[in-house]
Design a protein around this ligand. Structure first.
Ligand SMILES: NC(=O)C1=CN([C@@H]2O[C@H](COP(=O)(O)OP(=O)(O)OC[C@H]3O[C@@H](n4cnc5c(N)ncnc54)[C@H](O)[C@@H]3O)[C@@H](O)[C@H]2O)[C@@H](O)CC1
Ligand SMILES: Nc1ncnc2c1ncn2[C@@H]1O[C@H](COP(=O)(O)OP(=O)(O)O)[C@@H](O)[C@H]1O
Ligand SMILES: [Mg+2]
Length: 283
């Protein structure tokens, strides 16, 4: 299994073109949150904004708009109960994230169907958390969508999707399972030293720490992945860089802190990315 190290960061994260504007850095739509899980939508969208996404829209329940607007004024909001506005936002996005804090009720299920039915080839779709649980419960096929697919289950969600118990989640078994579920998808199995499976290539990050074992850390990762794909386009390397960046920033924080909270990680993203981009520029 290939190990992903720090060098991946400077292969992807580059200085910005002086003549660029927000439209050059990705339109991200994050379909997330529900009454009990407002924080997931906040952490995912805040991570996307701080990792450099040009425009971020959160589709969620109206009750959470004030919290989102207060915490992340950069992000726009759409009421996901308004199907016309949500469909329009799906059409306009470069990257769509669905699942963090969405819950698994009938309405959440209909949103997962809406996205799977409407995502287009030039878009990237990140399926996380509740969306993965819905796909597993309903045995939904992922073959009808032509978008680039990124699945980000933790080991418990991967168990639901693949039917593999955690001690059976070996490289070989995971590869066979993703080839059956969605052969063209990029799969991240999240754990200590997360693994990436994509078109017969398997890689693993060596960064990451137990301080990250806190609610919202995966929601944060989805925002970082979306932001990097929005800025640097979909590729295995872009997703490897996003996964590594998440744990790399967390490791720096963990040197001096007992736990790594999503907010601490998110706040550090612009500075760490600037340092990487400066090094990239130096060659
Ligand atoms: N502040 C918030 O709004 C938060 C909302 N969250 C949302 O809560 C919903 C439920 O997600 P959960 O992941 O909590 O619950 P799940 O029920 O999907 O997964 C937890 C189950 O997986 C098992 N498991 C095995 N290996 C694991 C691993 N490496 N990491 C995590 N669990 C593992 C656990 O033992 C447990 O049985 C999702 O929509 C999620 O996005 C969470 O992200 C936490 C924070
Ligand atoms: N002990 C650990 N070592 C390294 N990374 C960890 C550890 N615990 C959690 N993480 C990382 O934190 C994130 C947790 O994701 P997830 O379980 O989906 O969180 P949530 O749904 O609460 O946002 C994953 O990226 C995972 O790899
Ligand atoms: Mg999660």
């Amino acid at each position: 299994m290939k190990k992903i190290n720090k060098s991946i960061l400077s292969q992807i994260i580059a200085p910005r073109n002086p003549n660029s504007y927000k439209g050059n850095y990705g339109k991200i739509l994050i379909i997330a949150g529900s009454l009990p899980f407002g924080g997931a939508a906040i952490m995912s969208s805040s991570a996307a904004v701080h990792a450099g996404a040009g425009l971020v829209t959160v589709a969620t329940v109206q009750e959470k708009f004030t919290a989102i607007n207060t915490k992340i004024p950069e992000a726009m909001t759409v009421d996901y109960h308004n199907i016309i506005e949500t469909s329009d936002a799906i059409n306009k996005a470069n990257v769509i994230v669905i699942g963090p804090g969405l819950g698994t009720d009938e309405y959440a299920k209909s949103l997962v169907h809406l996205v799977l039915d409407n995502a287009k080839a030039e878009q990237t779709l990140v399926l996380d958390a509740s969306a993965l649980t819905i796909i597993a419960q309903q045995k939904l096929s992922l073959s009808q969508t032509s978008a680039n697919l990124i699945l980000t289950p933790h080991q418990g969600e991967w168990r639901r999707l693949s039917g593999l118990d955690i001690d059976q989640q070996t490289e070989q078994n995971n590869q066979t399972a993703i080839n059956k579920i969605a052969p063209n998808a990029l799969l991240i199995v999240k754990k200590h030293h997360s693994e990436i499976y994509y078109q017969d290539q398997v890689s693993q990050i060596t960064a990451g720490n137990a301080g990250m074992a806190t609610g919202g850390m995966g929601d944060t990762l989805t925002g970082i992945i979306a932001a990097l794909v929005g800025q640097f386009d979909f590729s295995l390397k872009t997703v490897e860089a996003a996964l590594f960046l998440h744990s790399f920033v967390a490791d720096k924080i963990f040197e001096k802190n007992y736990v790594v909270l999503p907010e601490m990680l998110i706040k550090n993203l612009p500075k760490v990315m600037k340092k990487i981009a400066n090094n990239t520029a130096k060659g």
